[in-house]
Design a protein around this ligand. Structure first.
Ligand SMILES: Cc1ncc(COP(=O)(O)O)c(C=O)c1O
Length: 408
């Protein structure tokens, strides 16, 4: 009989991983509190307000604006920055669609650039090369929790007068040179969707140390209202992006565990770095020495198929699942999405910009191709396990490598 679980062998991983989302009596208590208070709405409430303040403080920011989800956080940020028709915003080709769709929502053009082939975060050289007189902002994504090169991006943004936005949907509590991410530019955006590092099922946040931006963004998220003004005064374009009290209450409790959970995910990931680097054909996502803490939304590693009998990614993933090691799919390159291929994205643009050829769509994105089609992601709840769990993951992957020929 084969050693591989997919072919009838014994599973490498038998002890269950921690369940996600995690909750205890504290979530139950605060939900009951909100229920019984009958204050379920954010506007008169205290729970979401408290959460905004605590989350911002945790990341070293003066302001926090809680919104309905991470996509909304990016949309409100674009509107708060005044990004509009005719503008360009530079975004990585390797990310979730929201990073680019939020730019289109503002009727501006997301200019896609390739990522670094080792960290899978936006490549600052390519950001520099993509700047035009229309560029207004750069959105960096901290991929899998690993911060983009914030030294270079900050320098480029300030020398060119551009807004730097950190899409930190994967990176709650990550650190760059000992400073928490989210405040290196004008705004940091976060997601609290179910798979994220803390969750209320859905939810989002914008943090900032820029007082002017905060007033604009807060107004956008609350129908264009301004502080201290009559409820039915609406001063700028805005919509309703407010987070409910239920979610604010749960997220406050989730935040209280974030530091300890981040430590565990970071430590377990470093153990995986050392164990998985020994397996031929597996290369973990690089940890830049300036990344002093990685929130680890996922443990990302590259698989060199030549060392795995040239089996497909699907076959590799099936073998991993059979061994009891969870995984999640990587993102496809944005430029390959239907909306960019069939021209639908142009419907959000206007004037010359809607008619021009967008040359970035003809470019090659080799690092994104590698990241999209050749990496495998172990989702964050597995990283909350113990050392034994990490050893079992490594044993399972080593077994797949050793017996890959049987899968071919
Ligand atoms: C990098 C990135 N940005 C933005 C988002 C959007 O967050 P949400 O799903 O909360 O709208 C996600 C979420 O999956 C993401 O991974």
């Amino acid at each position: 009989m084969s050693a591989l679980a997919l072919l009838g062998g014994t599973k490498a991983k038998n002890k269950p991983f921690p369940v996600w989302p995690y909750y205890d009596q504290n979530e139950e208590r605060v939900l009951k509190e909100v229920l019984e208070s009958r204050v379920w709405w954010r506007t008169p409430g205290t729970k979401t307000l408290e959460f905004e303040q605590a989350f911002a403080k945790f990341h070293g920011a003066r302001h926090g604006i809680a919104v309905t989800n991470g996509t909304a956080a990016l949309e409100v940020t674009m509107a708060g920055l005044g990004i509009t028709a005719g503008d360009e915003v530079i975004v990585p080709d390797f990310t979730f669609v929201a990073t680019a769709s939020a730019v289109l929502f503002a009727n501006a053009l997301p200019v896609l650039v390739d990522v670094d082939p080792e960290t899978y975060c936006i490549n600052p050289d390519l950001v520099e090369a993509a700047i035009t007189p229309r560029t207004k902002a750069i959105i960096a994504v901290h991929m899998g929790g690993h911060p983009a090169d914030l030294d270079r991006l900050k320098e480029i943004a300030s020398s060119k007068g551009l807004a730097l936005v950190e899409d930190s949907a994967h990176a709650h509590a990550s650190e760059w040179r000992g400073q928490r991410i989210g405040t290196f530019g004008v705004a940091g955006t976060f997601s609290f969707q179910a798979s994220k590092l803390m969750t209320a099922g859905e939810g989002g946040m914008i943090i900032s140390n820029d007082d002017k931006f905060e007033v604009q963004a807060r107004s956008v998220h609350d129908c264009g209202r301004m502080p201290g003004e009559w409820f039915y005064s609406h001063f700028i374009y805005g919509s309703n992006y407010r987070l409910s009290e239920w979610q604010g209450a749960i997220l406050n409790v989730q935040l209280s565990r974030l530091d300890e959970q981040t430590k565990r995910r970071h430590q377990n990931s470093r153990l995986l770095d050392s164990l998985l680097s020994k397996i031929p054909g597996i290369t973990p996502q690089k940890l830049d020495e300036r990344c002093t803490r990685n929130g680890q939304y996922a443990y990302i590693f590259h698989v060199n198929k030549k060392k795995f009998a040239k089996i497909s990614t699907e076959r590799f993933i099936a073998a991993m699942n059979a061994e009891g090691i969870p995984n999640q799919a990587s993102y496809p390159p944005l430029h390959e999405l239907h909306m960019f291929r069939n021209g639908e994205y142009r419907k959000r643009l206007s004037g010359k910009q809607a008619k021009q050829k967008h040359s970035f769509l003809k470019k090659k994105f080799p690092a994104t191709q590698k990241a999209a089609w050749e990496t495998v992601w172990i989702p964050q709840p597995a990283l909350l396990g113990d050392e034994e769990d990490m050893h079992e993951i490594a044993t399972g992957l080593a077994k797949i490598q050793k017996n890959a020929k049987e899968l071919a």
